[in-house]
Write a protein that binds this ligand. Structure first.
Ligand SMILES: Cc1cc2nc3c(=O)[nH]c(=O)nc-3n(C[C@H](O)[C@H](O)[C@H](O)COP(=O)(O)OP(=O)(O)OC[C@H]3O[C@@H](n4cnc5c(N)ncnc54)[C@H](O)[C@@H]3O)c2cc1C
Length: 459
């Protein structure tokens, strides 16, 4: 075992995870500070792309227009310039996520060229982080160790939990696809087969498109408790206007405000206009109200807020019209596997009766999760066991303070371990999409830089 960077070196920041959050934090740190950065990613194909932008499907489109997808908050045209220089799209388009991945990885490569050996990218897995008095010690799966002044957890979302707890025990792995991102979907399925997708949000939309582009001809049933599916963006709307009269920081205050505004304009503009202050509204809600939001309002918020590109919505509508796709509200109760099928016993929404359907495959599209206590990831399990991290009160991710430092099990903020991206959504809520994460990583890099100036331990 050897230390990659010793104590004599310049300030060293180790970042675990090279998706959008980790990559852009690295780029910002290299541009804004003189720190050395070690970027660690366990899956080489995800470096500079992460889960969302390593897709190989050209029909997977961004759900945000190119004009709002710059990687840098202080250079809003950065992505559009990249696109137009290559003749690859315009500001108003919903370009492919694959193209966006090319943009991110080229941005990382350009930064690497200009920063020389200040950036090191390791294809490895972090298996544990130990906080010490003056630094943190990071162990990698290959046996390497890294001594770093700061370790930033940039782990993205956790894979979806099983929608029914015994599903893996009662249905074999070729009939139950637990991780929608890691499987060649549609294999070994015939035109007469039915597929049940559990979940009706953005992950379900991705999987439906992948099934179809892989040649699957059979019927798809997408089921969630309410059966709500993401709304579509529409063309030709003006830009949302800034919010001058803020809604009261209660659930009913916000929903009344949205209803009122949506009587005056397209509801999409109302939802989008609230976005710059969503984090502020969230932070003014008490924990009980946040819990009520998650229990009752979240599914409605998600389908209005996270909309799909018109071209994608057209494809989904077409599949529904052809009878190849059905969205339904209900809850699976029990699964019986037979040699040639799985019988799903399910309860339709609002009904007491149990119905049955025969399916060839079940795909878990319940969406990304954040409850670290349910994680099987050895790195997370280890950090929890050592008390270096703890779940936040809403079980949305990792508990962290307003500066990004994780909160230890004993309630004290860490001095060397930080977190960014979707796992910090408990304190910010709106930190899952590029426009929010780019601001978070840019200000974190600036704070780390300033902290170095004042010789500080704490920010
Ligand atoms: C399918 C999909 C589509 C989306 N579309 C849009 C969109 O159109 N517009 C938009 O604004 N936002 C979109 N988002 C949201 C947003 O862009 C992503 O959530 C964001 O990219 C999150 O990046 P991340 O780096 O935090 O996480 P991830 O992309 O998940 O990256 C985390 C990385 O950490 C690595 N990792 C984890 N643990 C370890 C470990 N122990 N050791 C080493 N490596 C580790 C993982 O392999 C992974 O590559 C989308 C998200 C998804 C999932």
């Amino acid at each position: 075992m050897n230390d990659i960077y010793g104590k004599d070196d310049a300030t060293t920041i180790a970042i675990i995870g090279a998706g959008f959050s980790g990559t852009l934090l690295a780029v910002n740190l290299l541009n804004q500070t003189d720190a050395r950065v070690i970027l660690i990613e366990r899956l080489p194909e995800r470096v500079g792309r992460g889960v969302a932008y390593s897709t190989k499907e050209s029909n997977h489109l961004l759900n945000v227009r190119a004009s709002n997808m710059s990687a840098f908050p202080d250079d809003p045209d950065h992505f559009v310039t990249w696109l137009t220089e290559r003749g690859a799209g315009t500001a108003h388009e919903f370009v492919s996520r694959q193209k966006y991945g090319d943009y991110l990885s080229e941005t990382l490569t350009a930064c690497r060229k200009s920063c020389g050996d200040r950036l090191q990218i390791l294809h490895d897995e972090a298996v544990s982080v130990v906080e010490r008095d003056h630094d943190a010690l990071l162990h990698l799966a290959t046996g390497e160790q890294i001594v770093a002044d700061r370790v930033v957890l940039s782990l993205g979302n956790l894979p979806p939990h099983d929608p029914v707890s015994n599903l893996r025990r009662v249905v074999s792995a070729d009939r139950y696809i637990a991780d929608p991102w890691s499987y060649t979907l549609g294999q070994n399925l015939g035109a007469e087969d039915q597929v049940l997708i559990i979940g009706t949000g953005l992950t379900a939309v991705d999987v439906i498109l992948r099934l179809v582009s892989n040649g699957y001809q059979g019927k798809i049933i997408a089921m969630s408790r309410r059966g709500l599916r993401p709304h579509r963006h529409v063309e030709g709307l003006p830009r949302p206007t800034p919010v001058l009269s803020k809604p009261a920081p209660t659930l009913s205050g916000v929903s009344q405000w949205l209803r009122q505004k949506s009587r005056e304009q397209d509801w999409r503009l109302s939802v989008d206009s609230i976005r710059p202050i969503t984090q502020m509204i969230w932070s003014s809600l008490d924990i009980r109200t946040r819990k009520r939001f998650l229990r009752h309002a979240r599914p409605f918020w998600d389908v209005h807020r996270h909309r799909i590109a018109p071209a994608i919505a057209d494809q989904i509508d077409e599949l529904v019209a052809q009878g190849r796709l059905e969205f339904c509200g209900g809850k699976p109760q029990q699964f019986d596997e037979h040699p040639d099928k799985v019988v799903v016993h399910w309860r339709p929404r609002g009904s007491a009766s149990i119905e049955q359907m025969d399916v060839a495959q079940i795909i878990n599209c319940t969406g990304p999760q954040g409850d670290v206590l349910r994680s099987e990831d050895r790195h997370i399990v280890q950090m929890l066991a050592d008390g270096h991290i703890r779940p936040d009160a809403l079980r949305l991710g990792i508990d962290a303070d307003g500066y990004g430092y994780v909160i230890r099990r004993d309630g004290r903020p860490s001095r060397h371990i930080m977190a960014v991206g979707p796992m910090t959504r408990s304190s910010l809520w709106e930190v899952v999409a590029v426009p929010d994460i780019r601001s978070q990583v840019s200000s974190l890099a600036r704070r780390i830089g300033n902290c170095h100036w004042v010789g500080g331990e704490g920010l």
